[in-house]
Design a protein around this ligand. Structure first.
Ligand code: GAR
Length: 209
């Protein structure tokens, strides 16, 4: 099974969805750590109650690179192969992102490429969109711009507020994230994926003739 560390900043409802999905028969991943940049994040308590290792370190007063290095160390010590951002509200340095390239996923509450950044629901409502939604994507140095692995649309109703939309988008998130993560980590045992990886590596080798 793939080992994942989940980074959170608050409520942790996506973390909970990922955690309980990992307890289904034939789940493709297990959660080895839940880490937060806020020691009072609600999700930490839940993870601990479910017997998952937790780590918390406030980012306040710390250089960004030092804080993320401590988070990364905790993930590595827990044996994580993947870092899963679930409502993690800190921007990571390019160097960190590159170290985890293709091994770090994020969930974002909009139909990317629409509305990267913050206030996604209000922006969708203000634009008169028929739908908001959620995207799971690979993390790259450009904010919310990595390859989209999966999306789900959520209808915007008459009189919708950002809060009411956010709540329904969360229901969609809880379905989408475990599914996409499971499929993503499973690709590693797919022969055509492995072949493609070998091909890419061969192309990247320096030519000797
Ligand atoms: C989720 O809706 C997630 O999409 C969003 O924060 C919420 C966290 O909720 N993420 C972002 O806005 C990332 N920029 P949760 O703590 O209950 O999972």
């Amino acid at each position: 099974k793939a080992k994942v560390a989940i980074f959170i900043s608050g409520r942790g409802s996506n973390m909970a969805a990922l955690l309980y999905a990992s307890q289904l028969p034939e789940a493709a991943y297990e959660v080895v750590l839940v880490a937060a940049n806020d020691p009072s994040a609600d999700g930490l308590q839940l993870a601990a109650a479910e017997g998952v290792h937790t780590f918390a370190l406030s980012h306040q007063g710390m250089p960004r690179a030092d804080h993320e290095a401590a988070m990364e160390k905790a993930a590595r010590q827990a044996g994580a192969d993947y870092i899963i951002l679930a409502g993690y509200m800190r921007i990571l340095t390019d160097r960190f992102v590159k170290r985890w390239q293709e091994r770090m996923l994020n969930i974002h509450p909009s139909l990317l490429p629409k509305y990267p950044g913050l206030d996604t629901h209000q922006r969708a409502i203000d634009a008169g969109d028929s739908h908001g939604g959620v995207s799971v994507h690979l993390v790259t140095p450009d904010l919310d711009a990595g390859e989209v692995l999966g999306q789900m649309k959520v209808a915007i109703r008459e009189g919708e507020t950002a809060e009411s939309l956010a709540e329904r988008v969360r229901y969609a998130e809880h379905q989408l994230y475990p599914r996409i993560l499971g499929d993503y980590v499973s690709r590693e045992s797919d022969p055509s994926f492995l072949l493609e990886r070998v091909r890419k590596l061969a192309l990247a080798l320096p030519q000797t003739h």
